[in-house]
Write a protein that binds this ligand. Structure first.
Ligand code: PRP
Ligand code: URA
Length: 215
């Protein structure tokens, strides 16, 4: 895993399993069932990397042979924050590795004409300021939705945030890193560019519609 040479806070995970599964996900012929499964599998593999700096402590445990100070995760359980709708498709991937995490929700949609994000829902645990947040959305396109979601989260005094997406566009990463230089981004791919409609190319199409079969 390496930092991207063009963007210091971007980690593009080039693991062969992630790249192979992402190629399957991108195919237009991949059906909704397979799409959902692949989103979960890729997310799980990204989460393994995105959680590498979680704080650790030790606790005394007893093996069949002796008692010793064993490493365990420290602090309160993290919060997974999917950006609705498509972010919901990534939650199971997180829960498979961290079953006890809390799940917040932010509802945002991108106006198809202006591409501006609109917020319609926000719910997080009461003691969220004590927790690490993992915000997830399959697509970072213009960056408007992710930037806005993180603005909302930061306005609640939360400052430990990581963003996880499957595919990012350079235009969105630039906007994101200029606005939130303290938030690392983990992605399976930095794609070439946005097209004239704000879609990522080569991309995978509309993640929400493909996950939920709405088009
Ligand atoms: C998609 C995607 C992101 C957003 C990315 O959601 O899941 O949230 O677009 O685009 P941006 O970086 O240009 O903001 P959409 O608004 O289509 O809503 P949906 O998840 O409900 O389909
Ligand atoms: N949202 C998507 O779902 N796909 C894109 O390519 C851009 C925004």
């Amino acid at each position: 895993m390496v930092r991207h040479p063009d963007f210091e806070q971007l980690f593009e995970i080039k693991h062969p399993l992630i790249q192979h599964k992402l190629s399957l996900l991108r195919k237009a012929v991949t059906n909704t069932k397979s799409f959902k499964e692949l989103v979960n599998e890729i997310t799980l593999l990204l989460v393994y990397e995105a959680t590498k700096d979680l704080p650790m402590t030790t606790e005394s445990i007893t093996t069949p042979l002796e008692t010793f100070e064993a490493p365990v995760l420290d602090g309160k359980k993290p919060v997974i924050m999917p950006i609705l709708r498509a972010g919901i498709g990534m939650v199971d991937g997180f829960l498979k590795l961290m079953p006890g995490v809390r799940v917040g929700h932010i509802g945002l949609y991108r106006d198809e004409e202006t591409l501006e994000p609109h917020t319609y829902f926000f719910k997080i645990p009461e003691d969220s300021h004590k927790r690490q947040f993992f915000v997830c959305d399959p697509m970072l396109a213009t960056g408007g939705s992710a930037v806005d979601a993180i603005n909302h989260i930061k306005s609640r005094n939360i400052n430990k945030i990581t963003f996880v997406c499957l595919v990012a566009a350079p235009e969105g990463v630039k906007k994101f890193t200029e606005t939130h230089p303290d938030v690392p981004i983990y992605t399976a791919s930095l794609d070439r560019q946005l097209n004239e409609k704000g879609y990522i190319v080569p991309g995978l199409g509309d993640a929400g519609d493909r996950l939920f079969g709405t088009k």
